[in-house]
Ligand binder design. Structure first.
Ligand code: ZN
Length: 238
């Protein structure tokens, strides 16, 4: 893990934009515990956050307090390069993160393209979401378990106390999006369904807008069979 050495940071004071006191204060507000963020090495801002979830850092100059975005300050402090009109974009997609190795300078356009590619336009996702019951550590665990064992969505949903649908979204990377995640386990042929699956399929069919094909994908079976299940012409021989 990259640990900031104060002396190195102090050599990069950005032509007087930040002083030693700012640097020391800045570093004291970073949570560098291992395991944070999608790659386990984010540095999360432990102080004030903006409404959008970015860290806020105040510097006093001539008795005036100026608020800066922490990730911008971090990039400038640790690299010694001023961003000017450039944005500090997150590679890790974790707004609280101020790890300078997770940041890159980009134009506003780059930032918007990057944000749209990561699917976070307008929506807070992952741990930022108040309703989220999971943490990144659990999401990694779910993905690892799904890809390295034969555990089904049903079993994983029970283990982690979330819905089937959520597990399927996590496994296919549409929720808790992580650019570095690689799905290795895919459906091979059709799985034999048990009574538990049938009940869940009927429940989901009534309560959601999922199509037969989507339900088939979720339960590793085909949409024709889902059709039979939801109209009651399929019985399971368990
Ligand atoms: Zn990060």
């Amino acid at each position: 893990m990259l640990i900031p050495k104060l002396d190195n940071v102090f050599n990069n004071l950005c032509s007087g934009k930040y002083n030693r006191n700012d640097c020391a204060r800045f570093i004291s507000k970073i949570n560098m515990s291992p395991g944070l963020g999608p790659w386990g090495n984010c540095w999360e801002w432990s102080s004030r956050l903006s409404k959008k979830g970015y860290g806020q850092f105040g510097c006093s100059r001539h008795n005036k307090k100026i608020n800066h975005s922490s990730h911008r300050v971090s990039y400038e402090m640790f690299t010694g390069k001023l961003l000017g009109t450039y944005c500090a974009c997150h590679k890790c997609d974790n707004r609280k993160c101020v790890n300078p190795t997770h940041l890159f300078p980009g134009t506003i356009l780059d930032n918007n393209i990057d944000r749209d590619n990561k699917g976070r336009n307008n929506a807070l996702r992952g741990e930022e979401h108040n309703m989220s019951k999971l943490t990144w550590a659990q999401v990694h665990e779910i993905r690892k378990l799904y890809n390295t064992t034969t555990l089904s969505f049903v079993k994983l949903a029970k283990m982690f106390q979330v819905s089937y649908v959520e597990i399927s979204y996590i496994v296919n990377n549409s929720h808790w999006h992580d650019v570095s995640y690689i799905q290795t386990r895919f459906r091979k042929g059709y799985r034999k369904l048990n009574n538990e699956d049938l009940i869940e399929i009927c429940k989901l069919h009534k309560s959601s807008n999922l199509t037969h094909a989507q339900l088939g994908d979720m339960f590793s079976t085909n949409r024709k069979l889902i059709g039979k299940i939801v109209n009651g012409t399929y019985k399971c021989n368990e």
